[in-house]
Design a protein around this ligand. Sequence first.
Ligand code: NAD
Ligand code: UDX
Length: 487
Amino acid sequence: PVTVKKICCIGAGYVGGPTCAVIALKCPHIIVTIVDLNQTRIDAWNSPDFRLPIYEPGLDEVVREARGRNLFFSTDVDTAIQEADLIFVSVNTPTKKSGVGAGFAADLNYVELATRRIAAVATTSKIVVEKSTVPCRTAESMQIILEANSKPNCRFDILSNPEFLAEGTAIGDLLAPDRVLIGSLQSAEGKDACQSLVDIYSNWVPADRILTVGVWSSELSKLAANAMLAQRISSINALSAICEATGANIDEVANAVGMDSRIGPKFLKASVGFGGSCFQKDILNLVYLSESLHLPQVAAYWRQVVEMNEWQKKRFSKTVVDTLFNTITGKRIAVLGFAFKADTGDTRESASISLIRDFLAERATVSVYDPQVEHEQIWADLDDVVPKSLDEIQKQVTLCSSAFEACEGAEAVVVATEWKEFLEIDWETIYKSMKKPAFVFDGRLLLDASKLKQIGFKVVIIGRGEEIRSPISSPRRHFNVLNGENR
Ligand code: NAD
Ligand code: UDX
């Protein structure tokens, strides 16, 4: 197997950046160059005061140690390709917006362009590694493109090495991964290429956590892992609706269910709906794959995980409207959290975007606070989904620099991201500054409801029904469980 001395990573995003920064940290003998076409992004990676383009706990320490030593960021894609023995392709693979498979299939245009660039400029043999999440058998297309365009004496071996890091915990996940998955062709050359990559990870990952498999299994495992994680969330969210209607408590149910060692406790937190750049996109990709393979039942099965998530988001915004006496027109709603989860500044597919869109459609005014997300990003996201001009949106939405500022004068607070700092807010002061009755809607099961109730808030929590049904206040009292009829 080739001993890798130089690595090029194409794509300096949420995956390429942290992944290859950690490789550089752990392999001081390898030169790692991360390239991107986006000059602003590369400038931020190179910024003298380490104002990196993504917020990820622990990332700046890693970059501080390795940058300039054996870790480099550049827009000179061609030179980095030419010099490398091994190239990670870590570009974005969003859901296609138009053409065949629009709304489901992965847009592989960026992968293809990067692959074509490798073929066009490489003058020596390369190991090309799919790091991006791609549909099963993408490696085959990459191989065909590379072979059809390569120079004599240039060999390309393709590996699949999907990334399992989660945003917000990326550095910890990379330093101590549950597993590293490498897929290769089972030919002698394929196995050699695989060994070259195993040797890199072996610098810090124990041998029993490095799994080597066939290339198609590797590609499919990534989609499968995300689909199964998301399916747990949709399952618990489906149950949260039953809890609300019956008086059961979703935290208690999740705890009881998760203590079964066959089920396990993780990824059973009910929420306002999952977001992030991966789950929805990868499941839709799996749905598309299933349909292409003439497996409509399989497609429908996985599609329901995404549909349940859409329903959960809608259900939550409807609860806000219903609770505020069936109208929020002209009322101020404070939304705490805009990122799709805590400890990231990433907003892709964030539930907050859908909630605010719904609140604006009801003609509410909305004030938003998030500790990490740039205001420019919030405007761009709202502009994308709200069917109004940005000017009009800006008349209805105020972006704030603290939770207190967002809540002042509001009729309701909606917790949409589980940032720890929302736990430490002085809720008494917030209560005093709000209109009465003051409502809190906890979409993350984050806050201490009894404490808030003591202060005077009306509290509504996902997956929490009334323990003792009030004879007059609950519309559910008319529902007869035994005969299933509304009386
Ligand atoms: P991203 O958008 O943050 O980064 C991709 C980068 O690639 C961008 O900066 C873009 O400018 C660059 N790029 C695109 N085409 C290029 C080209 N031809 N040459 C050079 N640069 C190019 O995306 P991401 O979140 O890092 O995701 C990348 C891949 O990793 C996706 O396939 C995604 O599904 C997968 N993934 C993401 C996560 C996650 O948590 N974000 C986790 C696991 C896997
Ligand atoms: C996910 C996968 O976890 C990761 O392995 C893969 O590499 C990329 O996609 P990520 O999207 O970064 O990672 O974050 P994750 O922690 O999975 O959370 C995704 C969404 O699910 C977030 O909106 C989160 O708040 C939500 N979630 C997660 C829940 O609602 N409940 C849970 O129990 C867990």
